[in-house]
Design a protein around this ligand. Structure first.
Ligand SMILES: NC(=O)c1ccc[n+]([C@@H]2O[C@H](COP(=O)([O-])OP(=O)(O)OC[C@H]3O[C@@H](n4cnc5c(N)ncnc54)[C@H](O)[C@@H]3O)[C@@H](O)[C@H]2O)c1
Length: 340
């Protein structure tokens, strides 16, 4: 079985990708410092996959740890999720974000080079597009000045990969630009952990649904969109996980140096109010929400053109918005039953 290292593999997207890798016959190996995840994720993974996924606890900036992992396993590739991702916090503590997100990529690339591991899939984000001039947004759409230090780390990391490949290094890399990941594994054994007050819509919706939050505020209903609320492209985390498996398999057929990037979204935009309606339908209860003023920094509308990933990686999303919200809701209900 080919071994794939997943940095940040105990996190939200990494853990779901571990499941998708096992289902496709790969052996995932996790490294995570648990700065934004919990160890019981590993138990959830065991329940779903029936196996204990090897996990190294530690920081991806620690080159000696990376070298230990690379010397203990012959890796066919790496998927690099490990990063800090709170947009708001990144504006308050930019050095924390630049330090972790950029240096961990550098440490990883140097270790890959040292051990002759060529294949890398990198977690990028649609945040690099800002408010695009044309919709749906294509990979060729120019990137905008980043709205936050977090967004800038994604742009810089993409640029580092491009420069490394241009230097003729033995690196075959794909950057996946995620749109808005939501949902959870349908088993409800793993999902997005509720650490702090959520800044993303869906965890806030489900926490309001279960009574942890009193009320959801919809930030603005006067945008130039069908119902005035912001539009995003919400993708089920298992569909997103599958895109990583497709990307890593695709890289196996490419010769380094190689670089490409792909949008990962559904190709459909939904408004905040549509998400609320879909949630009310699947949860069979009304949601307590109010309309508030626009939130500074919010992009009005963005959704993906997914033609490239469909054509070149043969990847298609399978889950609908309602499926995603049902899985998010069931995960929230499962969390609420767990002892604190
Ligand atoms: N969730 C989203 O909406 C979204 C959207 C676009 C891009 N991304 C990117 O996808 C990746 C994964 O996101 P996620 O939602 O799963 O986040 P997450 O916080 O749930 O997972 C990241 C994991 O990495 C770990 N980690 C962080 N720094 C580390 C380090 N230096 N060494 C070892 N482990 C470290 C954390 O403990 C966590 O388990 C991130 O790079 C993020 O920026 C996420």
């Amino acid at each position: 079985m080919e071994k794939i290292l997943i940095t940040g593999g105990a996190g939200y997207i990494g853990s779901h990708t571990a499941v998708a890798l096992v289902e496709s016959g790969y052996q995932p190996i996790i490294v995570d410092d648990f700065s934004n995840s919990e160890k019981n994720v590993l138990e959830g993974l065991k329940k779903i996959t029936g196996q204990s996924i090897p996990c190294y606890e530690g920081d991806c900036n620690d080159r000696s740890l990376l070298e230990k992992i690379f010397s203990e396993h012959a890796l066919a590739g790496v998927i690099h999720f490990a990063a800090y991702k709170a947009v708001g916090e990144s504006t308050e503590k930019p050095l924390k974000y630049y330090g972790n997100n950029i240096f961990s990529l550098l440490a990883l690339l140097e270790t890959m080079e040292k051990f002759g591991v060529e294949n890398l899939v990198f977690s990028s984000s649609c945040t690099v597009y800002g408010q695009p001039d044309e919709l749906p947004v294509k990979e060729s759409t120019p990137r905008k000045v980043a709205e936050s230090p977090y967004g800038n780390t994604k742009k810089i990391c993409e640029d580092i990969l491009v420069d490394q490949v241009r230097s003729q290094a033995k690196l075959a890399a794909i950057a996946l630009r995620y749109f808005n990941p939501i949902g959870a594994h349908p088993s409800s054994h793993i999902g997005e952990l509720p650490i702090g007050v959520p800044s993303n819509l869906v965890p806030f919706v489900t926490q309001t649904g279960v009574g942890i939050r009193k009320e959801l505020t919809v930030f603005g209903d006067d945008y130039n969109t069908p119902d005035g609320s912001c539009v995003r492209d919400y993708i089920h985390v298992m569909d997103l996980a599958e895109a990583h498996v497709k990307a890593i398999s695709y890289l196996r057929g490419k010769n380094a140096p190689f670089y490409d990037l792909f949008n990962v979204g559904t190709g459909t935009g939904n408004t905040v109010l549509e998400v609320i309606q879909a949630f009310e339908k699947v949860s069979e209860q009304p949601l307590n929400y109010k309309i508030g003023p626009r939130r500074p920094g919010d992009v009005e509308k963005v959704w993906a053109d997914t033609g490239k990933i469909t054509r070149e990686l043969d990847w298609h999303p399978h889950y609908t918005l309602e499926d995603s919200l049902r899985d998010s809701w069931n995960w929230q209900l499962a969390l609420s039953k767990k002892p604190a």
